[in-house]
Write a protein that binds this ligand. Structure first.
Ligand SMILES: NC(=O)c1ccc[n+]([C@@H]2O[C@H](COP(=O)([O-])OP(=O)(O)OC[C@H]3O[C@@H](n4cnc5c(N)ncnc54)[C@H](OP(=O)(O)O)[C@@H]3O)[C@@H](O)[C@H]2O)c1
Length: 308
């Protein structure tokens, strides 16, 4: 019998359980995918922590928004050529499971340059980063401040911005500066005195900022140093970001299905060409999901990924 992870209540990682789960056959427009790796993202624990609501009627909650795997079956209207293909998919509902029903329109062939665990953590962060850079209009000649450049999304923002010809100053904890520098950015430490460190690292000034952290410090520094507030994008601090008049990206963020599909294709093609790296920090079996979440929440160096 196949298994799935569920949150049985709202709370910390202790509410996670592995239960038996039969996904059934794919319906029209769906594919049945054998999960081989599922990225662990902050959105997963925000789903069961209560941060996004604690409606008891929604329990038990399935978790996991992205995966890499193999297509087992194609539903009505889905090209049979997908069957047997190695794929990545996002957004997915309930990726923490042995077998997952996925909208076939959300499948992309797995970039061969990534191993399966890296591929399982590619799309959520990669597409978010791409949309954030588009929202900020980042291109050649820009100098961009990336808050959280050592993180899953921030490291993608950094790589994509550099590929567009921008210069990147990225914040990270001291222990992760090497990771940021390795990507090609200037690393600085967040915390008191940030404003001065940014000015020192970017003496010519900033033209844009992407906030993947959401602290007052990140937003205040950004609006003080970027002249055009529309070119400050936060993917976390919706309320404060709106109050400050910066660009707020949340959830589906008003993007069309076509824009999201194009972003998946673009991110996968860059990864296939070896232009996007995914750092995997730790790999856990589904059965060890509680430990995996504790580890991810403590700020591992690189993504935590679940495998069957
Ligand atoms: N709006 C959307 O569509 C969307 C999509 C994806 C993610 N998100 C959100 O974006 C956020 C980041 O996601 P992620 O996957 O990149 O998380 P992550 O991989 O855990 O990265 C978090 C980053 O924040 C940094 N950080 C931690 N505490 C900090 C502090 N006090 N000040 C400054 N930086 C700090 C970390 O730096 P160190 O590890 O070096 O300390 C790391 O670079 C999450 O809140 C997530 O829910 C939103």
């Amino acid at each position: 019998m196949a298994r799935a992870v569920v949150a049985t209540a709202y709370g910390g990682p202790d509410v996670l359980r592995v239960v038996e789960h039969d996904p059934g056959l794919p319906g029209p427009g769906e594919a049945l995918v054998e999960m081989r790796a599922a990225g662990v993202n902050p959105a997963d624990w925000k789903t069961y922590s209560g941060a996004w609501g604690d409606d008891e009627a929604r329990l038990p909650l399935r978790l996991g928004f992205e995966l890499a795997g193999t297509v087992l079956e194609a539903g009505e209207g889905v090209d049979r050529a997908w069957v047997g293909q190695e794929v990545v998919a996002h957004p997915v509902s309930g990726a923490y499971a042995d077998r997952v029903l996925v909208r076939a329109s959300r499948l992309v062939p797995r970039p061969a340059a990534l191993d399966v665990t890296e591929a399982g953590a590619l799309l959520l962060a990669g597409t978010t980063a791409l949309h954030a850079l588009d929202a900020a209009g980042v291109g050649a000649g820009d100098t961009v401040l990336v808050h959280g450049a050592s993180g899953g999304v921030g490291s993608m923002v950094t790589q994509l911005a550099l590929r567009r010809g921008a210069r990147v100053v990225g914040t990270a904890s001291r222990a992760k500066h090497d990771d940021v520098v390795e990507l090609g950015a200037t690393a600085i430490t967040y915390g008191p005195g940030l404003h001065g460190r940014v000015e020192q690292a970017a003496p010519g000034g900033l033209t844009a900022a992407i906030d993947t952290v959401g602290t007052d410090e990140a937003l205040d520094t950004s609006v003080a140093l970027v002249a055009d507030r529309r070119r400050v994008v936060t993917i976390v601090a919706a309320a404060r970001g709106t109050a400050l008049g910066v660009t707020v990206m949340s959830g589906n963020g008003g993007l069309t299905a076509e824009q999201r599909a194009r972003a998946r294709e673009h991110v996968a093609s860059l990864a296939a060409a070896g232009h996007l790296r995914v750092r995997v920090g730790a790999v856990y079996h589904l059965a060890d999901v509680v430990q995996a979440h504790r580890s991810a929440m403590s700020g591992t160096r690189g993504r935590v990924v679940l495998v069957p």
